[in-house]
Design a protein around this ligand. Sequence first.
Ligand code: CMC
Length: 425
Amino acid sequence: MSNKKYHLSEEGSETSIELPVLSSTLGQDVIDIARVPETGCFTFDPGFGATASCESAITFIDGGKGVLLHRGYPIEQLADKSDFLETCYLLINGELPSPSEKEAFESTIKAHNHVENSVEQFMSGFSQGAHPMAMLCSLVAAMSATYHETTDVSNADDRILTIHRLIAKMPILAAMCHKHFTGQPYVAPSDDLSYSENFLNMMFGAPDKEADISPVLAKAMDVIFLLHADHEQNASTSTVRLSGSSGANPYACIASGIAALWGPAHGGANQAVLEMLEEIGDEKHIDEFILRAKDKEDSFRLMGFGHRVYKNFDPRAKVMKESCDEVLKELGLENDPLLKIAKRLEQIALEDEYFVEKKLYPNVDFYSGIIMKAIGISPEMFTVIFATGRTVGWISHWNEMLSNPYRIGRPRQRYTGYTKRDYPG
Ligand code: CMC
């Protein structure tokens, strides 16, 4: 830790304050601003572009270089050599498991591979065609009622039990949302299939007939979950941390993360990308959409491009693109018209001055929708699948926060409303 002197100036006056600078193991160091209120001011940072909201040892992003590390391991290496469940273990525990730890972890997750009968009753309250994100958010919030007795947030064993339950049950709930949305009967989870095969079987199988799942598609599904597993202090993770900082029930906290993820600027972008590609419809319309994206008077944005942190290629997008090529080849869809539009759009955007200058590169959502559509997943399910993968990240951050000293999150504001006035009469 070092100290640095900062001069804060207001018209006609200047205040000096010495603030500690805390070092990080990678990336920018941070200025501890706890003493700033002594100057009579708060700091002002809407959108948190300059504010580290917490200390964390889980994930590191270097947005300038396009680097993403989970517990120090590059995402490309995890996507190539690891699998989703092993990456879950890594995020939660900080280290890769030994073979026996991996086996034990997989059996623990399998032991929770079921949901209560009450979930079906709960689902029956939703109309067919209700958005799957709406259903998922409610189902996860409802878990706080089901598991109320075993969620003492101050108890480390209860927290681990919650983590295992969520990792195991999210794909079941996600697949149930899909079946309800499409008006098909639910398929029970199977203990004989891998995590991703089980998910695809619950999505595409029938109660009396297992789905035919190719290893290429099962691997692609696993990679999708893995690439979404964590992304440090994004909007939904920060929401989970903020909800959790009040000591709230963890399932309710995860439901708050799901709600934050849903928006098109965050996880909802994958559905929006596909809708945009369909709206473009033909390569000859691309220029028109590029012009719209650059027009300040038009609210349209090129979905799947840009990121608050990445000012370079999103490393997840590179892996997703490779996986996309494999899936389309496996399914004989190499000439898929949407893929052609996507590839041309990417090429144009990477060369266009507007996108180059603003460092707007393709992000993770740009290719994931094309893979999921090719697998046969409806666009309304895309963000649900993002949420299923991201749950481990949310709950790892929640657990990290609760395992260390923490205070309730309580931002301040710059008040711009009326000064005090009297009620009339
Ligand atoms: N298309 C056209 N212009 C864009 C885009 C885009 N996709 N993204 C940013 N810009 C422009 C924006 O208009 C602004 O221009 P100016 O400086 O002239 O006002 C500039 O680039 C900076 O944009 P910003 O909105 O200040 O950047 P941000 O960091 O607040 O927003 C973002 C980041 C991801 C919300 C934004 O890039 C965006 O809306 N992208 C499209 C939606 C999307 O793909 N979201 C998925 C993000 S990755 C998955 C996840 O982690 O959730």
